[in-house]
Ligand binder design. Sequence first.
Ligand code: NAD
Ligand code: UFG
Length: 331
Amino acid sequence: MNILVTGGAGYIGSHTCISLQMAGHSVIVVDNLCNSKVDTLNKVRQITDKEITFYQMDVTDETAMEKIFSNHHIDGVIHFAGLKAVGESVLEPSKYYYNNIVSTIILAKVCLKYNVWRFVFSSSATVYGDNEAPFNENMPLLPTTNPYGETKAMSERILTDIVKANPAFSVSLLRYFNPVGAHESGLIGEAPNGIPNNLMPYVTQVAKGKIEKLKVLGNDYSTVDGTGVRDYIHVMDLAEGHVAALDNLTEGIHIYNLGTGQGTSVLELVKAFEQANDIVVPYEIGGRRPGDIASCYANTSKAKRELGWTAKRNIIDMCRDAWRFEKNYKE
Ligand code: NAD
Ligand code: UFG
């Protein structure tokens, strides 16, 4: 199939381009490069030895999207393009609501106009709010603590309504847990701008000596050791989950958790990183981060049952691959 990948130069999108090409699909990327570099696509080409068509355009620009859809026969869309910094979304809510909601509406509208019936959307486990883990797809969407999370819940609702009005539209809402790690080649990975918000890139930068020590954000949660528990998933497993979702897509709206089902605490992740890479990660205990929950992990049985997909890589693989990328990465 010819797949349009929005946000394909970004972290998860670029890894998914690899999995799509390895599965025999052709890839067209649209990205405005607001949080990525075009060179990442050259690395993808180097890994797969296949061509990628690239458009540097904004998904909120309907005319530009129409141009792409009229230039190519597109069989399906994976919509990664979005802004994702939780803290920034609190400071600049309208920027987040505009970018993340308008891009989703325009893309769905153009898909329907050009008879493109397959649509896969990047959602997040954040839509479960403070439901009790393990989270399953039948749980109600609960309010999230920030505008970023709200854009994901709203996009899910908008796409659900569009499917109700257009029953032939086939949409998969993929709720990611905590994507980490990098492609095994070490050529592409997660390279956030400035000080990382998320745990794994923070740990790799401490290991590299760019940051002095990790601050563990709270050790008084009711978890195995008091630190926050998350369901870390290797980005290549996540990428393969997208191919499975696309290949198994049928009419209607479908929701899948993409996680491992395994919870790991902050201190367990630090220990795994030290063990995988034979390196010490200095840390200190700090206070809780506002909005954080104690535990977030997936019930993964629906994706296994309906998509035949499960995550294969473990926490040691994630730590090893994240470090291999960071070690060699030059800004
Ligand atoms: P990323 O920032 O690395 O990738 C997003 C890409 O989209 C970037 O390349 C950016 O330049 C592009 N982009 C943003 N707005 C655009 C627009 N209007 N037009 C064109 N391009 C645009 O982020 P990521 O980690 O790869 O995340 C991909 C998707 O998955 C996002 O929608 C994100 O919200 C979602 N998600 C990510 C995580 C995570 O922890 N990384 C968790 C859950 C969900
Ligand atoms: N943490 C630290 N120190 C840090 C950063 C994080 O101890 O410097 C802790 C957090 O308190 C949390 C755990 O590490 O317990 C994971 O934190 P992340 O920031 O890596 O991930 P979150 O689960 O908080 O958030 C991520 C994405 C959100 C997404 C959410 C649910 O950043 O966009 O997963 O999918 F909504």
